[in-house]
Design a protein around this ligand. Sequence first.
Ligand SMILES: Nc1ncnc2c1ncn2[C@@H]1O[C@H](COP(=O)(O)OP(=O)(O)OP(=O)(O)O)[C@@H](O)[C@H]1O
Ligand SMILES: [Mg+2]
Length: 368
Amino acid sequence: MYVESLKLNNFRNYYELNMNFTTGVNILIGDNAQGKTNILESIYYCSIGKSHRTNKDKELINWQRDESYIKLHVGRQRLDKNIEIKIFKDGKKGIKINSIKINKLSELIGVFNAVMFSPEDLKIVKESPANRRKFLDIELCKLDNKYYYNLVKYNKVLDERNTMLKKWNSQINDVIDIYDEQLSEFGAYIIKERMLYIKKLNLKGKKIHDEISSGIESIKFKYLSCIKEIEVSKEDLKSQLKEQLIKNRSSDIEKRGTSIGPHREDFSILINNVDVKSFGSQGQQRTAVLTIKFSSLEIIKDIINEYPVLLLDDVLSELDINRQKYILNSIKNVQTIITCTGIDSIREYLDDDVKVFNIKNGMITNKN
Ligand SMILES: Nc1ncnc2c1ncn2[C@@H]1O[C@H](COP(=O)(O)OP(=O)(O)OP(=O)(O)O)[C@@H](O)[C@H]1O
Ligand SMILES: [Mg+2]
């Protein structure tokens, strides 16, 4: 899969932009604050209908304008796709795929697949469990509409349960019973899929990490759930989750919130059996993210039978030369769009099929 062309109107600092990409490596070069990440952001937006750096769509609209427009032409093995998105000031958006308006965001998912890798992804390794849950949820939503459906439903019921717990009185045990039944139904699906994803991450990650670390380090991922048994059916998971909810109900009432379930879970990342979050060096933490991102690329490829587009925002400069080489070697069959402030250090590792764009103040100043 590859991005053939991108058109932007009034998106961030671009009033008007038209770009045609090569199917190989595309490099966006420019000084700081010129609009390199904005281009990657607009492309990524077309894959999940969300920015990778803000939840407020309004911020994407140029400050001087009232609406933004993105048009992405995607080349695919079978049918090419055109994605058009208009973003409005009131937070609403209109999406068309091949000129046909879609009504649900879920219809956009899977039309165009992209993996974004930016310095902020270090949060997956270093920061709170919410960052790791977000990573899992986004990756799984990209691949499975049913996951997206269950996640939306789960969060809705969770909100209602928590509201109910806040105004608890003894007569409403029956209502909580209904919530627990629904939470365990949706929650079991989420936990099961996350466990399966972690399994895949282990399979792909082992090989990738081995290569990056020249066999010195081994990486392992472990999903941390309130459910202990991993090899169980969804029905078993559901009954275990329900049991846990009931067991924790009195403490939930006391704390006025739901203390167990996928919204509280996490996964650990171990290098040579040591937790990287607490004990990893800066370099090990960066390598772990690199492994996670390249594994997610392979996982998508296995499912959709073609590579997603890889968006690398400013990551090369943060890595040592071996890791840079690893990246540049592994992207041979993947369309990659890279942002950086200069390419001198990597020029010798680049193939001929490279297109360089110079970006200055929301414009492309030259194309090759
Ligand atoms: N809604 C907006 N309207 C107009 N300009 C905006 C908007 N949002 C951000 N900008 C401007 O876009 C520029 C930042 O663009 P971007 O983040 O793409 O920079 P960059 O080239 O990636 O820089 P760096 O190398 O520092 O990462 C800033 O100058 C910012 O003020
Ligand atoms: Mg940037």
